[in-house]
Design a protein around this ligand. Structure first.
Ligand SMILES: Nc1ncnc2c1ncn2[C@@H]1O[C@H](COP(=O)(O)OP(=O)(O)OP(=O)(O)O)[C@@H](O)[C@H]1O
Length: 580
């Protein structure tokens, strides 16, 4: 808020000016009425007052507009900053954070909560300034006219303020609950959107709708309580305004008869009540805005200040003087997912040893769920890699700077993820954005596509690389998606290429072609390739077969097919069923 102090101070000055003009109008009205009631009054007596009132009214429009602009603008600027901070920190956080926070909850924070914060910094501050200036000017003007009447007018206002405070505290608890419920509703919506084909395929609409209705009903119940309290609050505050008018007439009436107050003054009292009541009426709403903004800001701060769970970056990678790529060493690598009530017996891997000199190809095989992806993702620090387990040229990877560490690797995951944009933009992600427009980039994109054996046939893709792939790449086949993801991985300059079952959706001929291409396209680079298909890894220098939370077998294709075990069984099965 400090950077916007000048905006608020200027806005505050404009509000003071606005209310002075409003008080001026009331004052002129009072004087006009008293002057019109004087014995020597003529038809022209009130003209100067009316002209001044009109002038004040025009100035009021301009100054009030200025005050709103000055105070609403920092609200918008703060919203812009908070949204940027929120988003940029999200990009730094690691998988453990995303496993704890549902996407709907994050979306709700980024939309609803930021909206509440903007309202507080804009509308909220405008109302604080309005209420404080109006009350002090209005009350001073009333006091100067008559102390006793002012006290009688002020008592219901103070009572109403106390009433609003108590009600708001009650509403506050429900607002917090409502925000959380809205987050769950958004999560449910997003989950249904992502899994819409599964829902429709299994005709699960009634079950999903019931779950959604249940959550929606909880939200409705909470909001109904909020609505009831707010509905009661507003008429109560309005009643206070009417009570104040009643008290003015009750006390001022006899004073006019006694000659202590003039008709102009009674009009002025009513005018001041009219001036003070709207900000007072909005006081409840204003406090509401703050009460929503405080938990919202807490929820946003939680994300903005969340730190990635990383060890200090104190291990430095030293390049080999010969210019050769790094040697990667896994020493007793172990990793276990966090245990909690949802996952009391989490999967873990232990005792994985492996040395990958530059240019070596390592194959990883194993039954379903044996931990192939977990191993690769732990190496990539997508899981929480423990210290002293993985080294690059002797540098402890868990203690390396994460960005520097990831520069050594390129990863094509098992589930190819494409963004809803063009083929070109999906591929360019692999390169530093400063390279996107360089002259040689186009040729690099085409070479990577060719290495991944993606056929950019103009009959199928008349727009070439400008083809839009749709949400998550729905406009491509599974095999095409996989190959674009592979091309993207190959495009990234790296020392170690990690490919997680990326050839599962291609036929054997294409698989052979891609393997041939890999050998030439990334010659001298290391590869870690997990696959269900033996043909995709049999060319590897070493193959690890995972099982029972560790390495069950290891060797070359030639040695492994001699040993009884998973590898030989699956090899024989696949040799007998080449089309599966
Ligand atoms: N984020 C996670 N949290 C908890 N457990 C997980 C998580 N991801 C995977 N697992 C568990 O780890 C085990 C190994 O999964 P992984 O995906 O590595 O198997 P895989 O060998 O790659 O299997 P597949 O051949 O089917 O691809 C599974 O039992 C899975 O339930």
């Amino acid at each position: 808020m400090v950077p916007y102090l000048w905006w608020y101070l200027a806005g505050f000055a404009f509000i003071v000016f606005t209310q002075l003009l409003a008080v001026g109008i009331i004052n002129e009205t009072k004087n006009a009425i008293d002057a019109a009631g004087a014995a020597d009054a003529t038809a022209r007596t009130v003209v100067p007052y009316v002209v001044r009132i009109a002038l004040f009214a025009v100035c009021l429009i301009l100054v009030r507009t200025g005050s709103r602009l000055l105070i609403f603008t920092p609200g918008r600027l703060i919203e812009y900053r908070v949204r940027n901070d929120f988003y940029s920190n999200l990009l730094l956080l690691q998988r453990d954070f995303y496993e704890k926070h549902e996407s709907g909850d994050l979306v709700s924070r980024c939309s609803n909560d930021i909206g509440f914060v903007r309202a507080a910094y804009g509308f909220g501050f405008l109302q604080i300034a309005n209420v404080s200036v109006t009350l002090s000017l209005g009350l001073t003007a009333m006091l100067m006219m008559d102390l006793q009447t002012t006290i009688f007018v002020a008592i219901p206002m103070i009572l109403s303020f106390a009433f609003i405070q108590i009600s708001i505290r009650y509403v506050f608890t429900y607002w917090r609950r409502a925000n959380e419920q809205l987050g769950s509703l958004s999560s449910l919506c997003l989950a249904s959107y992502k899994g819409i084909s599964a829902i429709q395929n299994y005709h699960a609409e009634p079950a999903v709708t019931e779950r959604f209705s249940e959550s929606n009903e909880n939200y409705l119940e909470t909001m109904s309580i909020v609505t009831k309290v707010r509905s009661f609050m507003m008429p109560m505050v309005q009643a206070v305004g009417n009570l104040s008018i009643f008290l003015v007439l009750w006390f001022v009436g006899p004073k006019i008869v006694q000659g202590d107050l003039t008709m102009g003054q009674i009009t002025a009292f009513l005018g001041y009540i009219g001036l003070v009541m709207p900000p007072l009426l909005s006081l409840g709403w204003m406090l509401n805005v703050f009460n929503r903004a405080i938990p919202a800001m807490e929820r946003l701060q939680e994300i903005i200040t969340a730190k990635p769970t990383l060890l200090p970056a104190e291990s430095r990678y030293e390049k080999d003087p010969s210019g050769a790529g790094p040697t990667m060493v896994l020493e007793n690598l172990h990793f276990t997912f966090t245990s909690d009530e949802k996952n009391p017996n989490p999967f873990g891997l232990k005792d994985v040893d492996l040395t990958v000199p530059p240019g070596k190809v390592i194959g990883i095989a194993g039954p379903l769920g044996s931990g192939k992806s977990v191993l690769l993702e732990t190496i990539l620090r997508l899981n929480d890699l423990p210290a002293d387990c993985l080294y690059l040229n002797g540098a402890d990877c868990a203690r390396m700077d994460l960005v520097e560490f990831r520069d050594h690797f390129s990863f094509a995951p098992q589930k190819a993820w494409l963004f809803s944009t063009t083929l070109r933009r999906n591929l360019l992600m692999a390169l530093d954005y400063r390279e996107w427009e360089r002259p040689g980039t186009e040729a690099r994109l085409l070479a990577a596509i060719e290495a991944a054996s993606f056929d950019l046939d103009p009959k199928v893709f008349p727009l070439g690389l400008e083809t839009e792939v749709g949400t998550k790449g729905v406009m491509l086949s599974g095999g095409q998606r996989q190959r674009i993801a592979l091309a993207r991985a190959l495009l990234k300059p790296a020392d170690v290429y990690i490919l997680d079952d990326v050839l599962s959706a291609v036929d054997h001929e294409t698989e052979k072609r891609i393997i041939r291409n890999l050998k030439t396209f990334a010659a001298g680079k290391s590869f870690l390739i997990a696959s269900h298909r033996i043909s995709a890894i049999q060319w590897a220098d070493e193959i690890l077969v995972l099982g029972q939370g560790g390495v069950a077998q290891r060797g070359t294709h030639e040695t492994l097919i001699q040993e009884p075990g998973f590898y030989r069984d699956i090899y024989q099965y696949q040799a007998e069923h080449p089309d599966e």
